[in-house]
Structure formats: structure tokens, C-alpha cells
Design a protein around this ligand. Structure first.
Ligand SMILES: NC(=O)CC[C@H](N)C(=O)O
Length: 202
């Protein structure tokens, strides 16, 4: 087995390329994942921003929904941004009919909570676990987290709303660090993936 840390990006829809670049900058071998066989080969996975209803539908269509749930249950580290955060919520407050999630974080999210596309904004966000200056948060039709259960840890808030959460190896942010050139959140995630791999090989 090679020593390289292999992190996939779910490549059904959304800003896949930006995550591949950010993960490579964080020291991982980054690969797009579209098929269950590709999912089986990665140490960790990013679910990008995009449109959660579309990603959900395509995940079912490509036969990825159950394998995704199984790997998350099994402890594979996963990081979701924006639509990806929605995919990792155990519950959506306002799902489109038939919209499913992978789940993994005991939280309830509200889609498009920060407003429409033209109300997108940037804000400095202090993220627990990211040292130094606040992260520049890019919010694009972003969800927020209405509430978290006991197992989930809030990592950041903006305007009184929860915008970053972690539960075990599952990490989610309402905003898009992959769009800023600041790779500290991806580095934090790569550390999670590395720690999990080390734990597994003991
Ligand atoms: N930038 C984004 O990922 C937007 C998310 C989108 N509003 C959704 O519901 O999936």
C-alpha cells in the first residue's frame, strides 16, 4: 500500500475542481469519485458545494448513496461544504420532495438560509481548530444549522447561526474555503484523514 493520503471529491455536480486543487495543496492525492469502486479506494471524501437536490438525486442514480452511508458509518472521514453540508445532515428542515441525505452529523440544516444567490457574501469566520487569522468565509446560497444534537460539536458561528460542525470524522461548513486560496480547513480535514488511517493501521 502506498503512503500517499488519497482523498476523493464526490464529482456528481458542483465545484469539484476547486476542492481537488485545495486538497492537493494540503498535501493529499486528490481524485474525483463517481463510482462505488472509486469510493472504495479513497481514505477520505469531500462533498462539494453545488445543488444538494441534484447531488442527492445523482448519488441515488449512480448507486452511491448506500455505499456512502456505509463508509460514513464505518468511520471514513468526510468533509462537506455548503450543499455538501446539507448532504451530511441527519435532517433537512425544508427538503425538496424525495431529497435524501447521506447523514453522519446529528444536526438539522435549513437550505438557502442566508438568502438567495444575489445575497451571497463573504465574512471572517473563527473556526475552532484553525489557528491564526479567521477564515474568509464565502457564503453562496448557504445553509445554516438550526440545531445540533449532543454528539455534534459546533466549530463556528456567524451572525448567531451555526456554520461549521464536526461529529467524529465528519466535518461540515456552510461556506466554501476551496474558493479562497486559504487551504487551512482542507489541511485540518487532511489531518483527520491521516489520523484515521494511522489508527486503522495499528
Ligand atoms: N453553494 C451551495 O452549495 C448552495 C447550496 C444550495 N443552496 C443547496 O441547497 O444545495
Amino acid at each position: 500500500m502506498s503512503d500517499a493520503l488519497v482523498i476523493g471529491v464526490l464529482a456528481l455536480q458542483g465545484d469539484v475542481r476547486e476542492h481537488l486543487v485545495a486538497l492537493a495543496a494540503a498535501g493529499a492525492v486528490a481524485r474525483p469519485v463517481r463510482r462505488p469502486e472509486e469510493l472504495a479506494e479513497v481514505d477520505g471524501l469531500v462533498i462539494p458545494g453545488g445543488e444538494s437536490t441534484t447531488i442527492s438525486k445523482l448519488a441515488v442514480l449512480f448507486g452511491l448513496m448506500e455505499p456512502l452511508r456505509a463508509r460514513v458509518r464505518d468511520g471514513m472521514p468526510v468533509y462537506g461544504t455548503c450543499a455538501g453540508m446539507i448532504m451530511l445532515a441527519d435532517k433537512i428542515l425544508d427538503p425538496r420532495s424525495g431529497q435524501e441525505t447521506v447523514g453522519g452529523i446529528d444536526m438539522i440544516v435549513r437550505r438557502n438560509a442566508f438568502g438567495r444567490q444575489n445575497e451571497s457574501f463573504e465574512a471572517a469566520v473563527d473556526v475552532k481548530g484553525v489557528a491564526g487569522d479567521p477564515v474568509e468565509g464565502v457564503f453562496i446560497r448557504a445553509p445554516w444549522v438550526e440545531s445540533v444534537g449532543a454528539g455534534a460539536e459546533v466549530l463556528a458561528e456567524h451572525g448567531g447561526h451555526i456554520v461549521a460542525v464536526r461529529q467524529g470524522n465528519v466535518l461540515a461548513t456552510s461556506f466554501h474555503p476551496e474558493l479562497t486560496g486559504d487551504h487551512r480547513v482542507h489541511a485540518l480535514f487532511a489531518d483527520l484523514v491521516r489520523a484515521r488511517r494511522t489508527a486503522e493501521s495499528l
